[in-house]
Design a protein around this ligand. Sequence first.
Ligand code: GLU
Length: 508
Amino acid sequence: MKSTVCRVRFAPSPTGPLHIGGIRTALFNFLFARNRGGEFILRIEDTDQARFVPGAEQYIIESLKWCGIQYDEGPDIGGPYGPYRQSDRKAIYREFAERLIAGGHAYYAFDTPEEINAKRKAAEASGNTFQYDWSTRRQLNNSLSLSSGESKKRVESGMPYVVRFRMPENDEVSITDLIRGEVVFRTGLLDDKVLFKADGLPTYHLANVVDDYLMKITHVIRGEEWLPSLPLHILLYKAFGWEDVMPSFAHLPLILKPGGQGKLSKRDGDKLGFPVFPLQWVDPVSGEVSSGYRETGYLPEAVANMLAMLGWNPGTEQELFTMEELIRTFSLERVGRSGSRFDPEKAKWYNQQYLKRKTDEELAAMFMPVLASRGIERDPGWIAKLVRLIRERIVFPQDMWEKSFFFFQAPLQYDQQMVKKVWKNHTAEIIGALSVQLLEVTDFSSTVLEEKIKSFAERQHMGTGQIMAPLRLLLVGSGTGPHLFDLMELLGKDETVRRIQKGLHEIH
Ligand code: GLU
């Protein structure tokens, strides 16, 4: 196996669709790994059966692929440290839980959920909150309060139990987070977290630490919401005797709501009118549909670039980065500590910038399926020319239809306000005469048309605008659309004259 400088992982739980904050965590891990020539791993943390959502793992994989975030090892592609789905690693964890018990760092707890609930209620009744910790564990049902014989008997008889971490009463855990600097935790306030559950599966904490160790993870880069779990994780490394191979930690700042108040949540998106999910998600139970960046018309490059700038800054004014450039410039040193506000307008701006970078032919290729869905088939070269006329005004590929539908259908009606404004007594007669002359034009190109129409206007002692405005109305049905002569060239002589004749019949 080749030796590498770093191994990082993205470890989502398939409890629903991944929101863009999760994608950003994956992206930062990916950029960090690629920047250092290391490896990036996808690990599915699905030991919480109660929260398992069908389809979520596939959604995660598809989202990463769509965004161009490639992992080197993962549940669908395997790798030397597999399996990469924790439910497929079930057999691994019990032994580690037992190792902790043997070392005095964890204990069996037999309390039933009802008993714990009763404790909680009693504490609340006297204005306190119940916590399973150093101050309460001796009064509870566990292998620290019971005799060792009794505990053994209970375990062997198959009585349900969980394994809890024995959080030290009075310890201080300090560590240098790569983003936040030195962080210090006092253990006295922390609870005795469950590490192994009655269903025979580990909790997140145990599985996460054991797997990071077994998978030789060197850096844990994850969201700030995991910071409170850090002291437990560090103590687990110590308890296992793995301190010397403990990964470095980097906790990424939160992504905040557009208004800046609080964390961007899964529910914000459709409420505030922008997607918070990379791909559309249909809830398997309720059937509720949440919109996705992909379906809204965002380009994956734009989404990746936009997400990279949420929390990381290059230290220059540059805002547009290809994935290659991001890989080259990314570093954790340039990730800030404070939350970054999500700006939906900026997301659109990024999309627009990336659409601008596409060639006419590429945009035409994006437009063709839209046209095909409307039963329209045209020569790709012609569509590329059309795209050139409208490309400056689109934010999403589907805007191309809105900006160009009149190329594909003659006006069905005419904007009455425009008619009132530009249709004068002699307009029909003059435009009629012009259309006869247009029939004679052999080179129906924008420049030739411009010349012809200008000199026609002069001969009529009129301004060119007085000809162009009614002409546009006849061709488009309104006052909008691209440059008139370009429009005529693209419509071609037959269609241009046909539309003029039709309009002259219909506008009075
Ligand atoms: N399974 C955790 C999650 O859903 C992983 C957190 C971590 O990266 O340690 O985000």
